[in-house]
Design a protein around this ligand. Sequence first.
Ligand code: EPU
Length: 338
Amino acid sequence: MAIVRYNQYDLRKHNTFGMDVKAEQFITYDTVDELIAVLAEIRQNGKPILHIGGGSNLLFTKNFEGVVLHSNIKFIEYNIQDGEELKVRVGSGIVWDDFCAEMARKNYYGSENLSYIPGEVGASAVQNIGAYGVEVGSIIQEVETVEIATGCQRVFQAKDCAYGYRDSVFKNRLLGKYIVTAVVFRLSTVPKVHLDYGQLKELREQNIVPSAQMIRDAVITIRKSKLPEPEELGSAGSFFKNPVVPKVVYEDIAQAYSNVPHYIVDEENVKIPAAWLIEQCGWKGKTHGGAAVYEKQPLILVNKNQATPTDIIELADLVQQSVFEKFHIHIYPEVNYI
Ligand code: EPU
């Protein structure tokens, strides 16, 4: 158990974009009590705080003049089983996919569609990570936190987390106010599967009930075929959110492009994949300085050749402008600029 402090810390290993930036101070802690002690210390010197998980959803635009905090709270605790439902309490510093791997091994259903997403458990509950028809908010029961301003502990029930598409109360009204220390998930000991996503439909057609491990393996195969591995090519996964537009906007586009992919959100709104909009604008595989639009999935911007933060910001702006000029649709980053 220890608080570890570093000065002028190289953040390259803590942001999957691989930006070459430094933090004035970097502090890791192993327990909630240590976090509370660290926060009391920082409050005295008034430095800005940034809490990071795996750094897989952020873009450092410059050095961070303040304290970057990182959780090493690592445990997986199996709580009471209630019928077919099992509660699993997980420390914020556990690597997200280590948790998914463990659940799949035990054949507990719930997290398998979210396999292989980079990042850590604490950040998953802030970002409401989602993939292949599942969002993490739907399997969260509680989020345990510490308030930065007071050091007080507070438990949020899932209904108070305002989970939406890549959104939560921690990204909005309570942005920068709470640090997640643990998350309680609700998993199922019996199959509860989500196989609506294109390539996962194949599993449904096999006429067997797939194990959590089979779904996890299929998801990993899909992700490996489309998404760059952060160790090989820096990125923050999807750079933009998929835009939700009024039905009339979609219908206008569909007149010119009969094959426009889309998902019905509700009676008035339709979601259009940003990847398709970006591809139509001719950006797939294009570079700007050291940054590029990933050739296999244009929703992803990559650090192709020692990109600077400016290269990535400019490329993102250019892509946004093109999409707006061609389709009159604003696409917004899902990546947080720091
Ligand atoms: N598409 C193209 N060209 C391409 C690739 C895709 O036109 O080169 C179109 C296709 O019509 C395709 C559609 O875009 O059907 C959707 O593509 P995909 O299934 O790859 O998913 P996405 O909407 O681009 C979202 C998430 C991903 C998640 C996948 C699967 C967001 C911002 N991204 O991407 O999440 O893995 O769905 O559920 O919602 C992430 O957040 O970092 C992330 C990777």
